[in-house]
Design a protein around this ligand. Structure first.
Ligand SMILES: Cc1ncc(COP(=O)(O)O)c(C=O)c1O
Length: 374
């Protein structure tokens, strides 16, 4: 069958409508002010924003907006390859890392083939799979909210073509040692692509790079990373895939159809963001500091908070459908767990107005524990 079935079109359009509605308040110009009254803790962005080097290059390129982008994105790809100690043939840049994931699913899975990932994963894994006419296979997390590698492996069969694992995982922030993912990958047939989504790689306390060293040696592994998180450039839409040259060629074959999807300013800003060591250090410092404050706050409120290797935390708020309203009343936007299939949890990222954020969260947590809604 060559068209998306009506029920899939309906599901994707429903998701679109709900998603657009949930971010409606971000569409007004007022959102782009540092004193916006709602603290936005929903999207795991870098609350410090882009670094100075990226901002400078953005300003410089404004007056050249009439020029088409440099189609090879060579400066950015070469800089990435140099830092990864790989060749340019091992890197593809895309309009956000979710595009790399979609293109990989398109290249590896036929209609009717299966794509396996953990339940609770970002919705793009499901959306990419459905848009490709393939079949999503969500696997529940373990009781400790970790990826169930045994469960994921058990769902791999002759129809499986892609497995996607985020590490650290969004929404839990939990990190799997890369040796475990290497062992998981070793058990996969070569016609199954393992995508390890490393959107929060730079925030990890330790970069193991076991998988990075493996990519050129195996035909079926891709890592994805992004400029949307620590680099503070989510609005510019730049991500990248890292893989063996043949995997990259397969992805680029699809990419060509909507090239150039990355704006010139985005590509230059991304390249300069890589050079901005000071901004990266400050972002890590700020994140560590606020995360520790969040651990203390949740502990003193008597709420369970998972240890996170990313720039957000998952907190057990008992019932996110009931307690969502308390966050809103206190001027906080966040991601309720019912959105990702675990309704007792909340995913909370951080704001640069740290004291105000902690005070509002403290009040919200006390109200949750006191059971007072309304
Ligand atoms: C695990 C994970 N992957 C990918 C993304 C999106 O990345 P990008 O903006 O590069 O498309 C997110 C954003 O929240 C994420 O949490």
């Amino acid at each position: 069958m060559s068209v998306l079935r009506p029920e899939i079109v309906a599901e994707l359009n429903d998701s679109y409508t709900r998603f657009v509605e949930s971010v409606r308040f971000r569409e007004g110009e007022d959102f782009y002010r540092h004193d916006f009254p709602v603290l936005e803790l929903s999207y795991n962005e870098n609350p410090l924003g882009p670094g100075k080097l990226a901002q400078d290059v953005l300003r410089r390129h404004v007056e050249f907006a009439h020029r088409y982008p440099p189609l090879g994105y060579t400066i950015l790809i070469d800089e990435l390859a140099r830092r990864l100690a790989l060749g340019a043939e091992n890197v593809v840049v895309t309009a956000g890392s979710v595009t790399a994931i979609y293109l990989a699913v398109s290249q590896w899975a036929d209609p009717g083939d299966e794509v396996v990932f953990s339940k609770s994963s970002i919705p793009w894994y499901r959306w990419s799979t459905l848009a490709n006419k393939s079949v999503p296979v969500p696997v529940p997390l373990k009781n400790d909210m970790g990826h169930d590698l045994g469960g994921l492996a058990a769902r791999v069969n002759d129809r499986t073509k892609v497995v996607i694992i985020s590490n650290p995982h969004n929404p839990t922030g939990q990190y799997l040692p890369e040796e475990e993912l290497r062992a998981f990958h070793a058990r996969l047939p070569e016609n199954v692509l393992l995508i390890v989504d490393q959107a929060y790689y730079e925030y990890q306390t330790r970069q193991e790079d076991v998988l990075l060293r493996l990519v050129t040696q195996v035909p079926n592994l891709m890592l994805t990373r992004t400029f949307s998180k620590i680099h503070g450039l989510a609005g510019l839409r730049v991500g990248y895939g890292i893989a063996n040259a043949d995997v990259i060629k397969g992805i680029r074959a699809h990419w060509l159809a909507f090239m150039p999807a990355i704006a010139s300013v985005s590509a230059y800003a991304a390249q300069h963001a890589l050079l901005d060591e000071g901004h990266l250090k400050e972002s890590i410092r700020f994140n560590k500091c606020v995360k520790e404050a969040m651990y203390r706050l949740t502990a003193s409120a008597g709420l369970m908070c998972l240890e996170s290797e990313a720039n957000f935390v998952a907190v057990n708020i008992k019932d996110s459908r009931v307690n969502e309203e308390l966050f809103h009343q206190n001027g906080l936007a966040f991601t309720p767990g019912y959105f990702f299939g675990y309704p007792e949890w909340a995913r909370i990222s951080f704001d640069r107005r740290e004291d105000e954020m902690l005070a509002k969260l403290s009040r919200t947590f006390a109200q949750i524990q006191g059971g007072c809604i309304g």
